[in-house]
Design a protein around this ligand. Structure first.
Ligand SMILES: Nc1ncnc2c1ncn2[C@@H]1O[C@H](COP(=O)(O)OP(=O)(O)OP(=O)(O)O)[C@@H](O)[C@H]1O
Ligand SMILES: [Mg+2]
Length: 329
């Protein structure tokens, strides 16, 4: 795995606040990496340091193996799309996409060819002569992408580029960005605080909390083996219980509710507190007893074939041993 970019012990301090705290990170070349984490954890600050808009207080940033810690943004050859994808309103779509090429002294013929190519990539050839105000949000988003890609960046940096879009368009654009990444082989770094977006889009996922990296890896690795309670919580594990061997987590869809104990693995007595019908599935809340006392657990079962339980019922919650994940607190 070759590295497109590396952070070496990178710290960013604002006044007496440490926004990014001694981070080591490798961005693999030709892959889509997401920076994921709650608001304020340092995602945008990390991206801005990578782009060169903010200089780290400490540490080094390497791009393609070269130390670029002190290189200004325009010399890093990166494309960037921000949350508000500000297009130039007085320019047409084609002029917007050509803008960076013009700055770099590309010939008219070169610009025309490249603009056509990039608009085709985002499926907007037919709107080349429109002004941004005559485009939908999703179309403007695509123009911003085409503009960032036009300069053939070494790295494409996207800071929550989908957050202004409605839910349906957002899901559609996730697939678009992945397709574009795959077709161009670009290295993409995408910032998001949406775990579904990160799981669906990433080749590599970097989970941050309070300026530090909690876990990095392929989505299936991180999801399959969350390193600690924070990661598990953030990825929706919901159930945390104490056993004699320490803290354990189990996903709601792996927790069963029945009248008798399971064969192996987890088996705890409890009382049903709530049953919520959600169409395809049922969410059953059970107050159970773990090694240290009362614990509230959530079971997510398919509605067809679900146990017929009502609040107040005495039940047993169980999970197969293979679905129990030991985690650090
Ligand atoms: N220029 C600045 N001066 C002082 N503090 C800053 C500055 N920029 C960011 N911060 C602080 O650093 C922390 C990290 O900010 P950052 O923008 O990187 O968060 P984020 O992970 O992108 O959050 P969000 O999901 O809300 O965009 C925040 O607490 C923020 O208030
Ligand atoms: Mg941010």
């Amino acid at each position: 795995m070759s590295a497109a970019a590396q952070f070496e012990s990178v710290t960013q301090v604002f006044g007496d606040f440490t926004a990014v705290d001694d981070v080591d990170m490798t961005i693999p070349a030709g892959k889509l990496t997401t920076l994921l984490g709650p608001s304020g954890c340092g995602k945008t600050t990390s991206l801005r340091m990578l782009a060169g808009y903010t200089r780290p207080t400490k540490g080094r940033i390497l791009i393609d193996g070269t130390d670029m810690t002190r290189t200004p943004p325009e010399k890093r050859g990166l494309g960037m799309v921000f949350q508000s994808y500000a297009l130039f309103p007085h320019m047409t779509v084609a002029e917007n996409v050509a803008y960076g090429l013009k700055l770099r002294g590309a010939s008219r013929a070169e610009r025309t060819a490249r603009v056509e190519e990039c608009l085709a990539l985002v499926g907007l050839e037919h709107l080349a002569d429109r002004k941004p105000r005559a485009l939908s949000g999703g179309q403007q988003q695509r123009v911003a992408l085409a503009r960032a890609i036009a300069i053939r960046p070494r790295l494409l940096l996207l800071d929550e580029p989908l957050s202004n879009l409605d839910a349906r368009l957002r899901v559609q654009m996730r697939a678009e960005i992945r397709r574009i990444q795959a077709e161009t082989g670009l290295t993409v770094v995408l910032v998001t605080h949406d775990q579904d977006e990160a799981l669906e889009m990433s080749d590599e996922m970097v989970l941050m909390r309070a300026g530090r990296i909690m876990q990095q890896g392929a989505p299936s690795e991180v999801f399959g083996a969350p390193a600690n309670r924070f990661v598990a919580d953030f990825l929706g594990y919901e159930n945390f219980l104490r056993t004699r061997d320490g803290l354990v987590t189990v996903r709601p869809e792996h927790l069963l509710v029945s009248s008798s104990a399971g064969a192996d693995g987890l088996s705890l007595p409890g009382v049903v507190a709530d049953v919520a019908y959600r169409g395809v599935d049922l969410l059953i809340t059970v107050v159970a007893r773990d090694a240290e006392g009362e614990v509230t657990l959530l079971s997510d079962v398919r509605a067809d074939g679900a146990p017929s339980v009502t609040p107040g019922d005495d039940v047993v919650v169980s999970a197969a041993a293979s679905h129990l994940i030991s985690i650090e607190n």
